[in-house]
Design a protein around this ligand. Structure first.
Ligand code: GLC
Length: 712
C-alpha cells in the first residue's frame, strides 16, 4: 500500500483495494480455516485464499487445551500472505481470549458478580495487551448472551441474566479489548434460550422478547464500536441464525447500521445441512452469505462454493463485495495493513506483579458471601483451621472454562495462600472428603470446605441436567457440618447451583465461581476480612433444578406472584417458588439499612430526566461496600413487562455508622420498550422505581411520565 493511500479514509482504501481484487481473492478473504501453519498452508496463503484464521484446539476450544500459540508460525504465515500474495492483504489471526490471556481473571459470570464496568474494562485491556504480544489480533469475546438457564454450561461465559448489567459490562469489555485487539459480541442471538439448557438445542422465542431482552446487549456492544459479531449455533423459531437474514442483515446491519464483520461460529454455515435447512454445502454457503454472515469459520463452504454461486447468479456480487468490504475495513481498523506482524517485545509474557494484583482485585470483587452466621470473617489469630475438599491444592481447575493460554502452574492455590497465613496452625486434607477430614474437622477451631464444580462441567457442550453439587460432596459436607464445629463452605463453579442443603448445614457460604490466577490469595483476603466481600449474584439461584427458568425479569402474569414473600404461592404444589438466592443478593461483614427512595419530581416530561436519591446507612461495626440497585416496574404497558427490570446500580463505600446517598439520574428513555408492533416506545403514565439490596427490593417511588413540555 503506497504511503499516500495510507492517508486516505479507511473506506476509500477499502474501495480502492476491492477494485483490484479478483473473485477468487474476494472469496479468499471470507475463508477462515482454523490453525493455519506456514507449511501445509503456504500455497493457500500465497494465493490469498485465507483471509483469517483462528487458533483453537477444535470445535470445543474452550474445554480442550492446545499446545498454545506460536508467534513464529503466526509471523511466518503473515509474511507469506503480505510478501508473497498478489495484493499483500494481511491475515487476521483470532483466538478465544475470554477472561484473560496469560493472566487469568474470574470467569465472566464471576466478573459480573463484581458489578463493576470499569474493572471489566481494565482487565480486558490487560488481556488484549498480553494477547497482542503473541500475535493475536482478534478475540471472540465478550459473550453477551442473556440466559436464565443455569443448566446451560455457557452461562459461565456470560455476564448473567440482566440485559442492563450484561450490556454495560459487555460495552466495557469491548472498550478494553479494542485498545489492542478486535472484539466480538457473541453469540448472536438467543443462544441462552436453548431448550432444556442443552447446548445447541432449538430456541422458541418471539421477536418482542428478543428485542426487549436478548438483542439489547448486542445493540450495546454495537454502540460501543465492537468490530465483529458472531452468529450463534441455534435456530430462532425454525430459522437457524447462520441463515437468519431477518436478524442479521435486516436488524443488525440495516436497522442498527452495524458496519463490522459477522463471523460464523465454528462450522455454523456448513452445519445448516445438519439443521436440515440446506440440501448440501453449496446451498449452505448460499444461505449463509445471503443472510449476511461475512466470514466462514472452519467449515470451508465459502471457499468451495462462493465463486460458482456468484458465477451462477445465485449470490449477487454486491453482497459478496459487502462482505469483503467489511473484512477489509476491520483489518484496516486494526492497523494490520500498516503493522501486520506480531508486536512482540523482549519482556516475558506471563503474569506480572501488576497483572496479579488486578487478578486478585477482580477475584475478591467476584466472590459473593451468600450466608454467614457470624463465623466470618475469620481471625488471623484463629487457633487452628482445617482446609478440605477437592480444590485445596488446585491450580488449573480454579482457572475456569475457556482458558487457552493461562497456566495452572501460575495459580496461587488456596493451600499455598492459607499456609502462608497460618503456618502450622493449618491442617488440610486433599482431594475428596474422607474420615481423616472428619478427624481434622473435629480437631480444628474452624473448617473451610472447598467444594463445587470442576470447570469441565461448564462452558461449551457442558450442560447438566441437575444443579446439585457433584456426586458425594453434599453427603461429605453434611458429615463435616455434623461434628459440632463451624464449617465455611466455599463453592466454586460456573453456574448457579442448588445450594439449599449447603445453606442449611454450613455456618457460612461463599460463591467463588472459578476465580483465576489469584484464586488462593483472593479467597484468603475475603475469608479473613482483609478485603470486604462485595460480590452480588448476577444470576438467580433457583430453589431447585425443577424451578428453572427462574429470573429477575419474570414477566407479569394474570395471577400475581409476589417474589418478596417467602411463602407458598400456589405455583407448585410441592415447593415454594421464590428463588433460593435472588438476583443481586450478596452479604457484607457489616450491615446496611436502605431508606426510602425520593424522586426529584413526581412528573417527568418525555425526553426529560428524573433524579432518585436513596439514603443508606452502615449500621454495623465495620466499613463496607453496599450496592444500591435500582429497578423499574411498569404497571401498564402494551406488552407484559418484567415485574422487576434492573435499570442501574451504584456502589457506596460507608464507614461504620455513616449514611451515604445513592443518586440515580434517569432519562425517560430508560422506561422504553418494544411494543406489540416491535417498535420502540416510551409511554406516558405511571412507573414505579424500586430500590434496594437485591431483587426482593420493595421500597418504591412512583413517577408519572407526561407529554414533552413543547407538546403541552
Ligand atoms: C466455539 C464457540 C465460540 C468460539 C468459537 C471459536 O464453538 O461456540 O464461542 O469463539 O467456537 O473457538
Amino acid at each position: 500500500m503506497t504511503t499516500w493511500m495510507q492517508e486516505l479514509p479507511i473506506d476509500d482504501r477499502v474501495d480502492a483495494l476491492l477494485l483490484e481484487m479478483t473473485l477468487a481473492e474476494k472469496v479468499g478473504q471470507l475463508n477462515q480455516p482454523a490453525n493455519v501453519s506456514p507449511g501445509p498452508d503456504r500455497d493457500a496463503l500465497a494465493a490469498g485464499r485465507i483471509g483469517s484464521s483462528l487458533y483453537a484446539s477444535g470445535a470445543l476450544g474452550g474445554n480442550v487445551r492446545d499446545e498454545g500459540l506460536s508467534i513464529r508460525a503466526i509471523e511466518q504465515c503473515q509474511r507469506i500472505a503480505v510478501e508473497e500474495s498478489r495484493l499483500g492483504i494481511p491475515v487476521l489471526f483470532g483466538r478465544d481470549v475470554i477472561h484473560g490471556h496469560r493472566t487469568v481473571f474470574p470467569i465472566p459470570l464471576g466478573l459480573a458478580a463484581a458489578w463493576d464496568a470499569e474493572l471489566v474494562e481494565r482487565l480486558c485491556d490487560v488481556a488484549g495487551a498480553e494477547a497482542v504480544r503473541e500475535g493475536v489480533a482478534w478475540t471472540f469475546a465478550p459473550m453477551v448472551d442473556i440466559s436464565e438457564e443455569p443448566r446451560w454450561g455457557r452461562v459461565a461465559e456470560g455476564f448473567g441474566e440482566s440485559p442492563a448489567l450484561s450490556g454495560r459490562l459487555g460495552m466495557a469489555a469491548v472498550t478494553g479489548f479494542q485498545r489492542h485487539i478486535g472484539a466480538t459480541a457473541k453469540h448472536f442471538v438467543g443462544y441462552g434460550l436453548a431448550a432444556g439448557g442443552r447446548d445447541y438445542e432449538s430456541v422458541q422465542v418471539g421477536e418482542n422478547t428478543l428485542r426487549n431482552l436478548h438483542l439489547r446487549t448486542f445493540k450495546a456492544a454495537v454502540d460501543a464500536g465492537v468490530l465483529s459479531v458472531m452468529a450463534s449455533f441455534n435456530d430462532i423459531d425454525g430459522t437457524p441464525m447462520h441463515a437468519n437474514r431477518r436478524l442479521i442483515r435486516e436488524v443488525l446491519k440495516q436497522e442498527w447500521g452495524f458496519d463490522g464483520v459477522v463471523v460464523a461460529d465454528w462450522s455454523g454455515i456448513g452445519q445448516l445441512v445438519d439443521h436440515g435447512v440446506a440440501a448440501d454445502a453449496r446451498d449452505a454457503a448460499r444461505q449463509g452469505l445471503l443472510a449476511g454472515v461475512d466470514l466462514d469459520m472452519a467449515s470451508g463452504v465459502y471457499l468451495a462454493h462462493l465463486e460458482s454461486l456468484v458465477g451462477d447468479g445465485e449470490v449477487p456480487p454486491d453482497l459478496l463485495d459487502d462482505a469483503v468490504r467489511r473484512v477489509l475495513r476491520m483489518k484496516f481498523r486494526l492497523g494490520l495493513f500498516d503493522d501486520p506482524y506480531p508486536r512482540t517485545t523482549a519482556d516475558p509474557i506471563g503474569p506480572t506483579a501488576a497483572t496479579r494484583a488486578l487478578a486478585r482485585e477482580a477475584a475478591v470483587a467476584s466472590m459473593v458471601l451468600v450466608a454467614n452466621d457470624g463465623v466470618l470473617p475469620l481471625s488471623d489469630e484463629v487457633e487452628s483451621l482445617h482446609l478440605t475438599g477437592p480444590f485445596v491444592d488446585e491450580g488449573e481447575a480454579l482457572l475456569g472454562t475457556w482458558v487457552l493460554d493461562g497456566r495452572g502452574a501460575d495459580v496461587s492455590s488456596p493451600l499455598v495462600a492459607f499456609t502462608e497465613l497460618l503456618g502450622d496452625r493449618l491442617t488440610h486434607t486433599d482431594g475428596r472428603f474422607s474420615d481423616l477430614a472428619a478427624h481434622r474437622t473435629r480437631a480444628a477451631a474452624v473448617t473451610v470446605a472447598l467444594l463445587g464444580e470442576h470447570p469441565s462441567r461448564s462452558g461449551e457442550a457442558n450442560s447438566v441436567a441437575d444443579l446439585g453439587l457433584p456426586a458425594g460432596q453434599l453427603e461429605a459436607l453434611k458429615q463435616l457440618c455434623g461434628l459440632g464445629k463451624p464449617v465455611v463452605a466455599v463453592v466454586f463453579g460456573g453456574r448457579p447451583l442448588d445450594l439449599a442443603e449447603v445453606l442449611r448445614v454450613a455456618s457460612a457460604v461463599v460463591v467463588a465461581w472459578h476465580p483465576g490466577t489469584e484464586a488462593g490469595p483472593a479467597l484468603a483476603d475475603v475469608l479473613f476480612g482483609r478485603r470486604e466481600p462485595s460480590g452480588r449474584l448476577p444470576m438467580t439461584f433457583p430453589r431447585s433444578t425443577g424451578h428453572v427458568p427462574s429470573s429477575v425479569h419474570a414477566r407479569a402474569t394474570s395471577r400475581v406472584l409476589d417474589f418478596t414473600r417467602d411463602a407458598w404461592d400456589g405455583r407448585y404444589l410441592d415447593a415454594l417458588t421464590q428463588p433460593q438466592l435472588p438476583f443481586g443478593h450478596g452479604l457484607s461483614y457489616t450491615t446496611f439499612r436502605h431508606g426510602e427512595p425520593v424522586a426529584s419530581a413526581s412528573e417527568v416530561p418525555l425526553g426529560g430526566q428524573v433524579e432518585v436519591r436513596v439514603p443508606v446507612t452502615n449500621t454495623g461495626e465495620r466499613a463496607g461496600r453496599e450496592l444500591v440497585q435500582l429497578y423499574l416496574h411498569d404497571p401498564v404497558a402494551e406488552v407484559t413487562r418484567p415485574k422487576l427490570e434492573l435499570l442501574d446500580w451504584q456502589w457506596l463505600d460507608l464507614a461504620p455508622g455513616e449514611t451515604g446517598t445513592a443518586v440515580f439520574t434517569i432519562g425517560t428513555d430508560a422506561f422504553g420498550y418494544f411494543g406489540r408492533d416491535l417498535t420502540w416506545r416510551v409511554d406516558q403514565g405511571l412507573v414505579r422505581l424500586i430500590t434496594g439490596h437485591d431483587a426482593t427490593a420493595s421500597a418504591a417511588v412512583e413517577v408519572r411520565i407526561v407529554a414533552a413540555e413543547a407538546d403541552e
